[in-house]
Design a protein around this ligand. Structure first.
Ligand code: 13P
Length: 340
């Protein structure tokens, strides 16, 4: 199998110490976050929010790529520029979330299957014409008694692989995101076992579907104890467990791993990524980067609260989290940065 042209884009997304800003919340998810802060849940409020996110001064120093939602890629910034163009003009590679969400899985109580393959070839061609250079698809794996089932893992990883094959046909880098959720009482060890099983299944399916790994980026969860687990391991233990799991399951041909944050507090997500790079960076075949939504956006969103007068301060908060995560890629993040 020859190396696809998307390889250069995949490498560029994880080059140096930049990472990705996931700003691809679906309308319902974005509205939930807005509603918690009393921000109007309208199309124009979502547009205004994404407008100031992408026009944050200096963002491209820390951010290599930004993932948009379908609504946003069809909108224009305040300056009248289509979002994908505005992002590219800012020195950031535009991408697009293309799954249509996780739905209850038939015959699998408590589990979900991500949909969106129907018509995907045509949608990818359209997004590519709009300027997207990479895409993202998220599968959701819940951990509880007796789950995840093999049926859920196989169906979700096969869908990820079919999506990735279609991306490569369209000249888009495929970000494959199999998220093992943090919710639950499970231990770090159980998260590690489930994550390893899911990743092995995923790379098996990618191989079966003929996907060139050089044109893929993996967006996994970190290996963490469940939020309600009584034992919460420290930063170094999380870093060790995560890297051990990835080393067992992720082929060296993959250019980079860009973690999701999954609801971790921003500082902790930075500290854990930092610890992985401090302890392992020189010995890893792939870059360890970030593709965070909440762990970059949340403090800024809480400052903005829908008020035009708060935009500059919110942009500073956004840039701060991006800078902390960029430092974490180099293994240079320190808690003292939080006061700067
Ligand atoms: P979080 O970093 O908030 O988990 O979001 C990442 C993402 O893209 C979810 O699909």
């Amino acid at each position: 199998m020859s190396v696809p042209p998307v390889t250069d884009t995949a490498r560029a997304l994880v080059a140096g110490s930049r990472g990705l800003l996931a700003m691809d919340e679906s309308n319902p998810t974005c509205n939930t976050r807005f509603s918690a802060l009393g921000i109007p849940q309208t199309e124009d409020a979502r547009r205004a929010y994404r407008d100031w996110l992408v026009s944050t001064p200096g963002l491209s120093e820390y951010i290599s790529g930004a993932i948009l939602y379908d609504e946003t890629i069809r909108q224009r910034t305040n300056a009248g520029t289509p979002f994908a163009q505005a992002i590219a003009d800012a020195g950031i590679i535009p991408g697009i979330k293309v799954d249509t969400g996780a739905k209850d899985m038939a015959g699998h109580f408590g589990e979900r299957i991500t949909e969106g393959l129907d018509g995907l070839r045509d949608r990818l061609a359209q997004y590519a014409r709009m300027g997207a250079r990479f895409a993202k698809w998220r599968a959701v794996i819940t951990v509880a008694d007796g789950i995840p089932s093999r049926g859920c893992i196989e169906a979700n990883t096969q869908a990820l692989a079919r999506y990735a094959a279609l991306c490569q046909e369209s000249g888009l880098v495929a970000i494959v995101e199999p998220e093992v959720l943090m919710d639950g009482t499970h231990t770090l060890e159980r998260c590690s076992n489930v994550t390893e099983e899911v990743l092995r299944a995923l790379f098996g399916q990618l191989y079966t579907q003929g996907v060139a790994l050089e044109g893929v980026l993996l967006k996994p969860n970190m290996v963490l104890p469940g939020l309600a687990c009584p034992t919460q391991e420290g930063v170094d233990e999380v870093a060790d467990a995560t890297v051990r799991c990835l080393l067992r399951a992720v082929p060296a041909a993959v250019p980079g791993v860009a973690f999701l944050s999954g609801g971790q507090p921003g500082e902790l997500a930075s500290a854990r990524l930092n610890a992985m790079n401090v302890r392992f960076k020189s010995r890893l075949p792939w870059a360890l980067a970030f593709s965070f939504a909440r762990a970059i956006q949340q403090p800024a969103l809480e400052i903005w609260k829908g008020e035009r007068a708060h935009v500059s301060e919110a942009q500073r908060a956004l840039c701060h989290r991006a800078r902390c995560n960029s430092a974490a890629r180099r293994g240079e993040y320190r808690f003292t940065m939080e006061g700067e």
